[in-house]
Design a protein around this ligand. Structure first.
Ligand SMILES: Nc1ncnc2c1ncn2[C@@H]1O[C@H](COP(=O)(O)OP(=O)(O)O)[C@@H](O)[C@H]1O
Ligand SMILES: O=C(OP(=O)(O)O)[C@H](O)COP(=O)(O)O
Ligand SMILES: [Mg+2]
Length: 392
């Protein structure tokens, strides 16, 4: 990578703001998958070992620009402290005099700032908010690969206001994805699922050009099924995208593979009554929450032919056992394929780890949307803004 690295910085005595992606799954006040925290540790330790004063900032979930206790970083602080083995001082704010005071306190350890999305200026990349974030610091390091596709205040605005560099995780992710996915061994099979339908449908056009096959499951597939004229009940659908979905299906009919059966339920809950139905038979009022067994077989056949696999987004609501079998079937097929495999995304990685198949993948990427956009050859705003080696 040709960006300035954290390795190139003079760090002793410096106050450093580090953007991490600690947008991790949390249940009942506990972090259920700590991959993103563990992967940021090398950068944090490097900074501490060289005498920097470190404050970390991340978003968590999608709160609406104001404090919301459901998305507090408190559970993350507890897990980070266990993993880092150093004190973590969690603040309830991300800007202001409290941050300045905390940075003046002596002793080792790190500061964890509150959720950046508790401020409306974050997602708008508001200049005033970015200036307030930058004010107490000497340097900025971006190690948040998973958020690098967002042009927000903590990923872009602060980088424009402080001497900036890439962290080790950001470097490692870009180097790996460059090597494997920009010139993939073929057949190259992409698998897409998950819940961020509007975000990800908007960027798959290029993926259909790059990949030999695109297998679509998760909440994603219902927009395509509806665009085909099928009834999808109460499944998640992006109505604004139906025309585009129809066009993509016409242009890429041979490459786009959709489910043939799905698991449906009336409620997205543990213990809900479920049915497995063909995609033409989704009952009104029922939601598609997983791909069905015939779809797993179909996807499996494509996966076993692949030499390179890129997978982002679970095939169903894997957090609930009744809707986890599609994701499990796909994960097992990827593990058995012998292909070079990249699995990306906070939730996809959590699913693969839950199944104990992490070591069977070639690369576990901490970014879903970010890796998807990178694979397509898009420039990631959080990377583009960082200076090159030797630049100011
Ligand atoms: N059919 C579906 N309906 C609703 N939610 C779904 C469906 N399939 C998968 N999901 C949800 O998608 C979420 C993950 O989506 P996303 O964030 O896009 O993936 P990743 O973090 O891997 O990039 C999971 O929490 C899962 O429960
Ligand atoms: O979890 C993330 O992306 P992912 O779900 O695609 O892995 C990132 O933290 C970005 O979060 P966002 O999609 O709310 O901006
Ligand atoms: Mg996610």
């Amino acid at each position: 990578m040709d960006k300035r690295s954290v390795r190139d910085l003079e760090l002793s005595g410096k106050k450093v703001l580090v953007r991490v992606d600690f947008n991790v799954p949390v249940k009942d006040g506990r972090v259920t998958d700590d991959t993103r925290i563990r992967r940021a540790l090398p950068t944090i330790r490097h900074l501490l070992d060289r005498g920097a004063k470190v404050a970390l900032i991340s978003h968590l979930g999608r709160p609406k620009g104001e404090p919301d206790p459901r998305y507090s970083m408190d559970p993350v602080a507890r897990r980070l402290e266990e993993l880092l083995g150093e004190p973590v001082r969690k603040l309830d704010v991300a800007v202001g005099p409290e941050v300045e005071r905390a940075l003046e306190e002596p002793g080792r350890g790190v500061i964890l700032l509150e959720n950046s999305r508790f401020y409306p200026g974050e997602t708008k990349n508001d200049p005033e908010f970015a200036a307030a974030l930058a004010a107490p610091f000497d340097l900025y390091v971006n190690d948040a690969f998973g958020a690098a596709h967002r042009a927000h205040a903590t990923t872009v605005g602060v980088a424009e206001r402080l001497p900036a560099a890439a962290g080790f995780l950001l470097e490692e992710e870009l180097d790996y994805l460059d090597g494997v996915l920009r010139s993939p061994e073929r057949p190259f099979v992409a698998i897409l699922g998950g819940a961020k339908v509007s975000d990800k449908l908007g960027v798959i056009e290029r993926l259909l050009e790059v990949a030999d096959r695109l297998l679509v499951g998760g909440a994603m597939c219902f927009t395509f099924l509806k665009a085909k004229g099928l009834g999808v009940g109460a499944s998640l659908v992006e109505d604004d995208y139906l025309g585009e979905a129809r066009r993509l299906m016409e242009e890429a009919a041979d490459r786009l593979v959709l489910p043939v059966d799905v698991v449906v339920a009336e409620r997205m809950e543990e213990g809900a009554e479920t049915r497995t139905v063909g995609v033409e038979e989704i009952p009104a009022g029922w939601m598609g929450l997983d791909i069905g067994p015939r779809t797993v077989d179909l996807f499996r056949r494509h996966i076993l032919e692949a030499r390179t696999i890129f997978w982002n987004g679970p095939m169903g609501v894997f957090e609930i056992d009744a809707f986890a079998r599609g994701t499990e079937g796909v994960a097992r097929a990827v593990a058995e394929s012998g292909a070079t495999s990249v699995v990306g995304g906070g939730d996809s990685v959590a699913a693969v780890r839950k199944l104990g198949l992490e070591d069977r993948m070639s690369h576990i990427s901490t970014g879903g949307g970010a890796s998807l956009e990178y694979v397509e050859g898009r420039e990631l705003p959080g990377v583009a803004v960082l200076p090159g080696r030797g630049e100011d």
